[in-house]
Ligand binder design. Structure first.
Ligand SMILES: NC(=O)C1=CN([C@@H]2O[C@H](COP(=O)(O)OP(=O)(O)OC[C@H]3O[C@@H](n4cnc5c(N)ncnc54)[C@H](O)[C@@H]3O)[C@@H](O)[C@H]2O)C=CC1
Ligand SMILES: O=C(CO)COP(=O)(O)O
Length: 344
């Protein structure tokens, strides 16, 4: 017990929620540091398979689990043994999961969230859902985001991410916990900005994929990324975020990765949409979450509510939810009035 590492004064017992690629990668990452990690997988069949294979062959094949990584589908037992939670389930499942945790009556644990997205009905960020349903103290919450494909993290490819928390102690302790010499973690204080970055970059990545799928070329992609970053920043500032967060790893860094990296699910969905395929067919084949699809709607609604102009997001929204054609949305984006580049 003497030299055991501590997190916020307690022995480190992470409970990672989410048996998909990101939950598995984060659990693998922490367990590779020798920490006793539990990965909660909701689906019992998948949980049993992962347990016997010591590998998540469905979502993250090839990463053989370190000894200290345990897998369970029993949320109640794992919660009672944990000292903090790492959240890595799709955004639209966060509220239900937080309500389940609350109903179990166990002491509330700090949360590090790796989830990216905005809830569709409520238009809430993950930090807001968590504080409504589970944690009343925002100083116990941190968001970890930035350019980080799960597959590359478990291959120990040099990666840099950022952790934001309102509490400097929470940010710094989370940084120390996740940092290794191949996974570099920076801190910042702007939780809202980092969450908006992580959510909105997926919508712009869809747009970049659509453009590439249509064969529009490198000029178009560069224009979409740059103007996309401008609109991400515009929404963020309107909602109280710090503009500089958008030029960091969680903003331009993750936008670049997701919009140009072949591994991106959001980009892949976009490319296939741009080739004229149907969304439902693409999502069926994908079998994994592409958060940009739901975020396009949430962000569009949020922007309308706050009187913020998000032309690229609106184009993606119209394509996905209003059955607008590729030609129509391209015309909408290109026919806009001329303006100064810095105009908000
Ligand atoms: N895969 C990646 O490289 C990265 C993913 N993320 C984010 O992490 C979050 C999770 O993504 P992935 O793991 O990639 O998704 P995934 O599609 O690989 O897996 C999602 C998993 O969550 C489970 N799930 C769905 N709804 C659930 C619920 N209500 N309760 C419990 N489990 C539920 C699914 O059954 C599946 O096992 C997303 O917000 C994503 O944007 C963030 C950084 C990197
Ligand atoms: O957020 C990610 C990398 O930082 C993963 O992006 P995709 O969900 O598009 O694969």
């Amino acid at each position: 017990m003497g030299n055991e590492p501590l997190f916020l004064g307690k022995p480190v017992r992470p409970l990672v929620l989410g048996g998909g690629s990101w939950g598995t990668a984060l659990a693998f990452h922490l367990a590779s540091k020798g920490l006793p990690v539990t990965l909660w997988v909701r689906d019992e069949t998948l949980c049993a398979m992962i347990s016997s294979d010591r590998e998540n062959r469905v979502y993250l094949p090839g990463a053989i689990f370190p000894k200290s990584l345990d897998v369970t589908s029993n949320i109640e037992k794992s919660l009672s043994e944990a000292s903090f939670i790492v959240l890595a389930i799709p955004c639209q499942g966060v509220r239900e999961t937080m309500k389940t945790l609350s109903s179990l009556g166990a002491p509330r644990l700090p949360i590090v969230s790796g989830t990216k997205g905005i809830e569709q009905k409520s238009l809430r960020m993950v930090s807001e859902i968590v504080s409504e349903c589970y944690l009343s103290d925002p100083d116990q919450y941190a968001v970890l985001s930035g350019p980080s494909f799960a597959k590359e993290v478990v291959r120990n490819s040099p990666t840099a991410v950022v952790v934001a928390s309102r509490s400097q102690v929470m940010a710094k302790e989370t940084q120390s916990l996740f940092n290794t010499n191949y996974f570099k973690v920076y801190t910042r204080a702007d939780v809202k900005g980092l969450e908006i970055c992580g959510a909105l970059k997926n919508v712009i990545a869809l747009a970049a994929g659509i453009s590439d799928g249509m064969g529009l070329g490198a000029n178009s992609r560069a224009a979409l990324l740059t103007r996309g970053l401008a609109e991400m920043t515009r929404l963020g500032v309107a909602l109280g975020a710090n503009a500089t967060t958008f030029s960091g790893l969680g903003g331009v860094g993750d936008l670049y990765l997701t919009a140009t990296g072949e591994q991106s699910r959001n980009r892949t969905v976009g490319v296939r949409l741009g080739r004229g395929e149907k969304l439902e067919d693409i999502l069926r084949d994908l079998g994994q979450v592409a958060e940009g699809v739901t975020t396009a709607q949430s962000a569009h609604m949020l922007a309308l509510g706050h009187g913020v102009d998000l032309p690229v997001t609106r184009a993606v929204y119209r394509l996905l939810y209003e059955e607008a054609s590729l030609v129509e949305v391209l015309r909408d984006v290109m026919d806009r009035p001329m303006k100064d580049e810095e105009e908000f």
